[in-house]
Design a protein around this ligand. Structure first.
Ligand code: SDX
Length: 426
């Protein structure tokens, strides 16, 4: 089939510029604009609203239809039939594992969950009230200091080792953040537990008595990790890719992803949703809060609503909303006032023209915080949970980029500053 092309005519350039168009297996075509620099012009797209930064085979999102696929599998089916470890394997390798492959992967991850004892010294250098995300940024980047012999990113075995180590150790570091903040001893990981059970054990177990994770809570935790595992070229994943394009080691790249995720417009939103629900405090205060959200002079936004890509429901929010109901009932929190405020806020917002006109629907962060709170996770650890879930996605994108020919990411700009001028005097 003849290659599709775009014709571009630019004032000041005599010739019509022909640009190749590439088709994906699904989703919008892309116009290859790489030749424009040789014509003396750049494209201009702050926030990358219309820019495809790369080719990828990992995750597909259709924002208009509320579709999210991990390697082609719909998130709803994975949430119902798969688990986090299987999705980690799927995102990294492109196919679902056989039973033997899954067991071998899980066993590999289990035997890398411990962190070097020296890492404890990193923790005690932080104030106990430090935000856990600041500790995670430091601790994950610091991992590169302990694996300097395995950081040849051109070596596929080194890349695989780093992928397994990051997926295995980040939950351990996350639990250590919590233990350090409450003055309890760190709990070593246990290989007899499943991934999410082990995380809960490291979080809530103590040396003083046996701790048996609740299967309901472990399943909810696993579903939350699974739903956060990847999401195409979001801000933190794009940060990981940009850092990786310089050849930086994978631990440094994932630390940069954690940094970007922290912002309240991105992964920090789940913490901000709980703060918002607590600030609203009662269903009767919702109308006044909605008024503030609509007031252009008031910076307040409806946290957990809106999305750059989804102009329909975030499918993850649907799954989490149903899961929240089940978890809260199981845990006896079905009358949690925050859930009532959240549901009433969702109902009002979805009927309000301000939100309808702007395609503002609940996103993944709107309900995740309610489940995490019911499980007993402290609010300031919510984004750390998001980072723990997102690690396989970040690592899969880093691996995909490094395993194929790539160039250092180096955008240009529209310069509107001072033109050439001589230094005064002398
Ligand atoms: C995540 O990219 C990803 O995939 C991210 C993520 C992932 O899995 O990696 O899905 C995770 O980050 C989810 C999003 C979590 N963030 C929040 O819930 C914070 C609240 N949401 C907003 O900050 C906002 O919706 C964004 C940042 C998510 C999206 O912003 P956009 O696409 O840049 O949209 P915009 O800011 O241009 O908004 C368009 C209009 C504006 O109004 P007008 O100027 O046209 O009048 O919608 C308004 C905005 O003011 N708007 C909101 C709003 N979000 C957008 N108004 C009130 N409340 C909101 N939440």
């Amino acid at each position: 089939m003849a290659e599709k092309k775009a014709q571009l005519s630019v004032d000041g350039i005599d010739e019509t510029i022909e640009l190749p168009i590439y088709e994906g297996t699904v989703g919008p075509d892309v116009i290859d604009v790489r030749s424009l620099v040789s014509k003396g012009v750049f494209t201009y797209d702050p926030g990358f609203m219309s820019t495809a930064s790369c080719e990828s085979k990992i995750t597909y999102i259709d924002g208009g239809k509320g579709i999210l696929l991990y390697r082609g599998y719909p998130i709803e089916q994975l949430a119902e039939k798969s688990d986090f470890m299987e999705c980690c394997y799927l995102l990294l390798n492109g196919e679902l594992p056989t039973a033997e492959e899954k067991d071998a992967f899980i066993d590999d991850v289990k035997h890398h969950t411990m962190v070097h004892e020296q890492i404890r010294n990193l923790f005690i250098s932080f104030p106990r009230h430090a935000h856990p995300m600041s500790v995670m940024i430091g601790a994950v980047g610091a991992l590169s200091a302990f694996y300097h012999n395995d950081l040849v990113i051109d070596d596929a075995e080194h890349r695989q080792a780093a992928a397994v180590r990051l997926i295995a150790k980040i939950p351990t570091l996350a639990a250590m953040c919590y233990k350090y903040s409450i003055g309890q001893p760190f709990m070593y990981p246990r290989n007899d537990l499943r991934f999410s059970e082990n995380f809960l054990y490291m979080m809530f177990g103590t040396p003083c008595e046996e701790y048996v994770p609740s299967p309901v809570i472990a399943d909810a935790m696993d579903k939350i990790f699974l739903l956060h595992a990847d999401h195409e070229q979001n801000a933190s994943t794009s940060t990981v890719r940009l850092a990786g394009s310089t050849g930086a080691n994978p631990y440094a790249c994932i630390s940069s992803g954690i940094t970007a995720l922290w912002g309240p417009a991105h992964g920090g939103a789940n913490e901000a949703v709980l703060d918002m629900l607590n600030e609203i405090g009662d269903v009767k205060n919702i109308p006044d809060y909605i008024k503030r959200v609509k007031d252009k002079n008031d910076p307040v936004k409806l946290m957990g609503f809106g999305h750059r890509v989804y102009k329909n429901f975030d499918p993850r929010a649907h799954v989490l909303r149903d899961a929240a109901k089940g978890v809260l009932e199981e845990l006896g929190h079905e009358n949690d006032p925050l859930l009532k405020i959240a549901k009433e806020l969702e109902r009002i917002a979805l009927e309000d023209d301000y939100f309808i006109e702007r395609n503002l629907y609940p996103n993944v962060d709107f309900y995740s915080g309610i489940i995490l709170k019911a499980i007993g996770i402290p609010t300031n650890l919510f984004t750390v949970i998001f980072a723990t879930g997102r690690t396989p996605g970040w690592v899969a994108h880093w691996h995909e980029m490094i395993s194929n020919p790539f160039k250092i990411g180096r955008p240009r700009q529209l310069y509107t500053g001072a033109t050439f001028r001589d230094y005064p005097g002398k």
